[in-house]
Design a protein around this ligand. Structure first.
Ligand SMILES: [Zn+2]
Length: 250
């Protein structure tokens, strides 16, 4: 097996299409559009072997039809195939993907752990934030985030959107602990200005700075309680209240 690379393809305003390749074959996760993927594949003489989808929102599947017509890749999609927890997916000679069921943002949402260290997390986890809970099933949404929290801390997370700067703004508006985020914020700004993206993000950083992964921490309960003037007495209540605050933040 040759070494592989994970490439970010920016699409639209803030979407990421993640592309993995070994210099011959490629896999894309959540192709928003076909054009940018085809251009990359053509430029680097790559064959598209598979498309993996985290969920069915239009900005994640927009390019599937056209890419399917051009390359006939294998398509992994929880809508059509009923994936199961810990399912192993082998694409060609690439290291395997492991499926994690992560309902909450949508009911069918899944994330893929690739080669035990790269997590393609769609709209479940963002750097310094998490996805909206469109299902209103906050129990499932919190359980999904908790699964991600339990992964190895060296896991690199690849969300499908560049929301980091806004999420940092939200976090520092809520948590006024002086300088707590300064170092991480500098790191994000540096990446955004040089690489034009802040991702992937290390799970160890998210565990430290992402409020949605710190809902077990009574310090976060007190921040959320003060912001909403509500009593927060459990990590689940903290998560629901935090998501409510984020929904209303602009
Ligand atoms: Zn979505």
């Amino acid at each position: 097996m040759l070494n592989y690379q994970v490439i970010p393809l920016k699409s639209g305003q803030d979407n990421y299409i993640w592309l993995i390749h070994d210099e011959q074959n490629a896999i894309v996760i959540d192709p928003t559009e076909a054009k940018i993927v085809k251009a990359y594949l053509t430029k680097h003489t790559l064959n598209l072997q598979a498309i993996l989808l985290t969920h069915g929102h239009a900005d994640h599947i927009g390019g599937v039809k056209e890419l399917n017509l051009s390359y006939q890749p294998e398509i992994i999609d929880n809508f059509k195939q009923q994936l199961f927890e810990s399912q192993i997916i082998q694409i060609g000679t690439f290291p395997v993907f492991q499926v994690m069921l992560t309902p909450g943002h949508t009911a069918e949402h899944v994330v893929y752990l690739f080669d035990m260290k790269h997590l393609f997390c769609g709209d479940v986890l963002f750097s310094m934030g998490c996805g909206r809970v469109f299902t209103n099933d906050f129990d499932s949404a919190y359980a999904s985030l908790s699964k991600i929290k339990a992964l190895a801390t060296f896991t690199l997370c690849y969300p499908a959107h560049e929301y980091t700067a806004n999420n940092l703004r939200f976090t520092s508006a809520l948590d006024k602990t002086p300088d707590y985020y300064t170092q991480f914020a500098k790191f994000v700004v540096m990446k955004l200005s040089s690489l034009q993206n802040s991702l992937p993000t290390l799970l160890s950083d998210e565990l430290q700075y992402n409020l949605f992964l710190r809902c077990h921490d009574p310090l976060v309960w007190s921040l959320v309680a003060a912001a909403l003037d509500e009593i927060i007495d459990s990590e689940f209540n903290c998560f629901v209240a935090l998501r409510k605050l984020r929904n209303n933040f602009s």
